[in-house]
Write a protein that binds this ligand. Structure first.
Ligand SMILES: NC(=O)c1ccc[n+]([C@@H]2O[C@H](COP(=O)([O-])OP(=O)(O)OC[C@H]3O[C@@H](n4cnc5c(N)ncnc54)[C@H](OP(=O)(O)O)[C@@H]3O)[C@@H](O)[C@H]2O)c1
Length: 286
């Protein structure tokens, strides 16, 4: 298999690269090599490498900054996805793209299924939903994996921020009214490998098993790392200074993932625990 990766230096892109290393002929690109907002560059890359599969990890992921830089977020998420999808369709390559629970409004009382209606609250969520529509409109062979609350060694993430602040002794006020599920970028990359192995197409949700709030995640991280829980206090989202609205409930159903691959994701506590051991043994907090 010939595999081409966009956004290959990002949180997910690096894990995708690692998971397919040795299993496929992989070309990993980042913004320097291939700007996905440039349609000609998309054609050039896909025509040049002739991939069987393109895994599109490049994206605008700064949720709050998207509120004030909406056009830049739209250009990267919507037009970038459309450009890559078009080049893939023209070349007959399968495109794998990533979606988010932020396309939902959080009003559900059970985990979101793939076919549930979207109603994004934030600019970021709107661009990611428009990207999904663009991918489907292009009409090429594709797999869209929606995920949430990613953490991993290859980029800044919530766990790293909490650890940094707690080690400085900063007080931490964290939202206790947003519920979702922390997901290790390494587990997501493994899920993509399994989904491709099973021939999956269309939309599939993947995150860890279980659910928690950002406050619950922060408390777990502090406990595991022996840092003082007294630094931490719960807050309502509306009391916090975040420009972007977020769904209060975003848990994703993994029923379809289980039916396709025959396996269940592990619990978020186990995944977070492994990540903390990993960064501890490497002597750093990300
Ligand atoms: N992170 C999460 O919690 C989360 C949750 C749900 C879904 N997702 C989705 O998962 C996917 C991967 O996210 P991630 O967290 O790995 O993102 P990330 O860490 O922000 O990585 C995105 C990568 O895209 C690159 N990039 C930016 N502009 C580009 C351009 N014009 N052309 C090519 N590459 C460009 C970035 O490079 P620079 O660093 O140089 O800008 C970066 O390496 C995205 O579709 C995201 O929406 C993420």
């Amino acid at each position: 298999m010939r595999l081409l990766i966009t956004g290959g230096l990002g949180l997910l892109g690096k894990e995708i690269d690692a998971v397919f290393h040795g299993r496929a002929e992989v070309r990993t690109t980042d913004r320097e090599d291939w700007d996905v907002t440039d349609p000609a560059a998309c054609r050039r890359e896909v025509d040049g490498f002739r991939p069987d599969v393109v895994i599109h990890c490049a994206a605008w992921t700064a949720v709050d900054r998207a509120e004030s830089e909406a056009e830049a977020a739209r250009l990267l998420n919507v037009e970038g996805t459309r450009n890559v999808a078009r080049a893939c369709r023209e070349r007959g390559a399968l495109m794998v793209a990533f979606g988010t629970d932020y396309i939902f409004d959080g009003g559900s009382s059970r985990p979101y299924r793939e076919e549930d209606p979207a109603n994004p609250l934030s600019v970021y969520g709107k661009t990611k939903w428009a990207a999904e529509l663009a991918l489907r409109e292009e009409g090429g062979d594709h797999l869209l994996v929606r995920t949430q609350w990613l953490f991993g060694p290859a980029g800044r993430n919530f766990i790293g921020t909490i650890l940094e602040k707690a080690r400085r002794g900063d007080a931490l006020r964290v939202a206790s009214d947003q519920v979702g599920c922390p997901t290790f970028s390494r587990d997501l990359a493994g899920a993509v490998r399994d989904l491709l192995g099973a021939g999956a197409r269309g939309t599939v949700h993947f995150s860890s098993k279980g659910e928690t709030s950002w406050f619950g995640l922060a408390r777990y991280v502090l406990e595991r790392c022996g840092l003082p829980a007294a630094l931490l206090s719960p807050a309502r989202t509306r009391e916090l200074p975040y420009p972007a609205p977020r769904p209060v409930y975003g848990v994703l159903s993994k029923e379809k993932f289980r039916a396709i691959t025959g396996r269940s994701p592990r619990r978020w506590e186990e995944a977070v625990g492994e990540y903390l051991e990993m960064i501890d043994s490497e002597g750093g907090a990300r």
